[in-house]
Design a protein around this ligand. Sequence first.
Ligand code: NDP
Length: 297
Amino acid sequence: MTATTPISATLIDGKAFAADLRARIATQVRSMKDNGITPGLAVVLVGEDPASQVYVKSKGRMTREVGMNSYEHRLPAETSQDDLLALIGRLNDDPDVNGILVQLPLPPHMDEAAVINAIDPAKDVDGFHILNVGRLATGQKAMVPCTPLGCLMLLRDRLGSLSGKNALVIGRSNIVGKPMAQLLLRDSATVTVAHSRTANLPDLCRQADIVVAAVGRANFVQGDWIKPGATVIDVGINRGDDGLVGDVDFDAAARVAGAITPVPGGVGPMTIACLLANTLTATARANGLPDPQGLTP
Ligand code: NDP
């Protein structure tokens, strides 16, 4: 493959998919409201991390756009862990709040696991609570982390069944890599999880029908690592001089892959849409209603 080889991969348009998902969520929110139920999502931000502030702002806007109530709690960076836990306790007890998201990362003086595990698992729309992690791993009904859930939706939409496909997940973080591997396994893919100590990563990649890259290194996955026709999901968000780039060398990979997500406009928009889907699901469960159709696996 050279730079003159035409791009052959289908572009997986996460932006359009997410817009459609949000429209379907808005329809279901309207019918809930007709029955006197308005889903509510509380987002807690501690400190002034600029990227987190942008995320929290767009989460609030999109929550309101689908007709849900949005509750934002902005706390100073020096907030004590006890005060944060007290706020989480109040949100757990508040019947108007169906979903709680504590924006990560937290300031260094806080114990992230203790904070996440203080959230009522039924309201844990990020799916990071130890109980939801365990439920996902054991095939029980769980709140599923938003970014991997979005990736799964895009993969199913593109490929239909994932059964028997060779899937390589690059990255083993608790928020992307590990839950992604669990979801692929649940869909009967044959899953390999790679990380910084993995040997022969390019060779592993060349055997993969599905590649999910969640590394956090710009253009890390090379075009000649991609199996012809493979489906490539690029989770990476790397800010450089040229704006946002993914973890995959898009120009080279798109000449070999069968389908690929762009950055931006691929996985990113799916994450917030899945957060709203999880909030709708949490609201339905809290009110004894069946899970909304077509939103969660
Ligand atoms: P982490 O830093 O937590 O994890 C990165 C993973 O990549 C680790 O498991 C690490 O391995 C692995 N890794 C690092 N270097 C290599 C290497 N040379 N070869 C193979 N594996 C390597 O990142 P996150 O999972 O939180 O995020 C990953 C990317 O996804 C980031 O760019 C982030 O911004 C983006 N992201 C995007 C979201 C979205 O909505 N689109 C949401 C969340 C994240 P090891 O464990 O051995 O250190």
